[in-house]
Design a protein around this ligand. Structure first.
Ligand SMILES: *Cc1c(COP(=O)(O)O)cnc(C)c1O
Length: 356
């Protein structure tokens, strides 16, 4: 796909948020990238335009049948003022996998990435400089055809918006408490759990409400069929260090394959730390805990990178992990991965991509 990306500049630049306390997802930069899709033309008219509300027909299919997918990644500013993306090609790969699952036409991944790079060149000043801050990038696609019949939309829009975000850990890394959810289900094999599509997140709110009421910050999701096997924590993948071995649930058909997860597995293998992807039941985890073998637990995702788990509550059965402190391995993974992402430590895996 070789197309010119048309640029329309905004007439008035917005003020940037104050660096030391930027709320997540509330500030947006001056411009956004847009590409349209129609059956006849395919993806067409790529452009960068001022950030502004969009107008959709009330019958636009997105409102009724929910065909929409999204991605999340970050741009980091290095100490020597370079701009780095972390494995962005994986995000556009996954965007297409998500789209395919819910019958949205795929997009040229390289071209989509080149639109992002062009947008970032224009919006460079929106990438915060303060330690721990970054520019969150949200590519997404939604169906736009005005039509109430039940069939995939014939038209779509792809967009990228940018949002400066503060440090996830303003007061240092605090392990979180987790509510084990055994009533509601996030996803089942054969469903849409492997796709970053809106409905999965709407379906998760009820359980999150329960967790919040009980004073826990996240939900541990179990498999939707037997309610026995561990799947994810909140919207993060999950890892346990048990008796010297790191275990993460295998990609079962209902788990979202995180790029952080993928990177953590590669790093552990590289370091010679035993890491295995397999089914792990809650019973097995609690048995190991009773034997004193559960050493560390953490979630992984773009927002927090590593989120240590300090406590689990499964219907009153409480598990305190590593005395509610971040574990040694979790800390090393966090330091190394964030170091690579921000250009502070060497990137032996060639994961970062510089935007010039
Ligand atoms: C996005 C997401 C993750 C983490 O993916 P990353 O690529 O590591 O950010 C994990 N689980 C769910 C459900 C997600 O939506």
């Amino acid at each position: 796909m070789t197309m010119n990306i048309d640029v329309t500049y905004t007439k008035s630049l917005k003020p940037k948020p104050i660096a030391d306390n930027i709320a997540f997802g509330k500030h947006f930069s001056d411009h956004m990238a847009v590409i349209d899709y129609s059956e006849e033309k395919g993806w067409y008219d790529p452009r960068i335009v001022p950030y502004e509300p969009i107008t959709l027909d009330p019958a636009a299919m997105i409102f009724h049948y929910g065909q929409t997918v999204f991605e999340g990644l970050k741009a980091y500013r290095t100490e020597d003022d370079r701009i780095l993306l972390f494995r962005p090609e994986k995000n556009f790969r996954r965007l297409n996998l998500s789209s395919d699952r819910i019958s949205i036409p795929t997009i040229d991944e390289e071209f989509a990435l080149s639109c992002l790079k062009k947008l970032l060149e224009i919006e460079k000043d929106w990438i915060p400089t303060a330690e721990g801050n970054s520019l969150y990038i949200r590519p997404f696609i939604f169906s736009t055809e005005p039509n109430l019949s039940l069939a995939p939309s014939k038209t779509y829009q792809f967009m990228i918006i940018l949002s400066p975000v503060g440090s996830y850990y303003k007061e240092g890394i605090q392990p979180v408490g987790i509510h084990v959810e055994d009533e509601y289900t996030r996803a089942v094999r054969g469903g849409t759990g492997t796709a970053k599509t809106a409905g999965n997140y709407a379906a998760a709110y009820k359980a999150q409400e329960k967790a919040t009421q009980e004073g826990y910050s996240q939900v541990l999701w179990l498999d939707g069929v037997e309610k026995k096997y561990i799947e994810e924590v909140g919207s993060m993948n999950v890892f346990f260090k048990i008796n010297g071995e790191v275990i993460t649930p295998e990609l079962s058909g209902s788990i979202l394959e995180g790029i952080t997860r993928m990177s953590i597995i590669e790093m552990l293998k590289d370091w010679g730390v035993p890491v295995i992807e397999r089914r792990i039941s809650l019973e097995e985890l609690y048995d190991a805990y009773d034997k004193g073998q559960v050493e560390e637990a953490f979630g992984t995702g773009t927002a927090a990178v590593i989120s240590p788990v300090g406590e689990l509550n499964w219907d009153g059965r409480k598990m305190i992990i590593n005395n509610k402190q971040i574990g040694e391995l979790s800390q090393k993974l966090y330091d190394t991965l964030t170091g690579i992402q921000t250009g502070k430590v060497a990137d032996p895996y060639d994961w970062t991509v510089e935007v010039k």
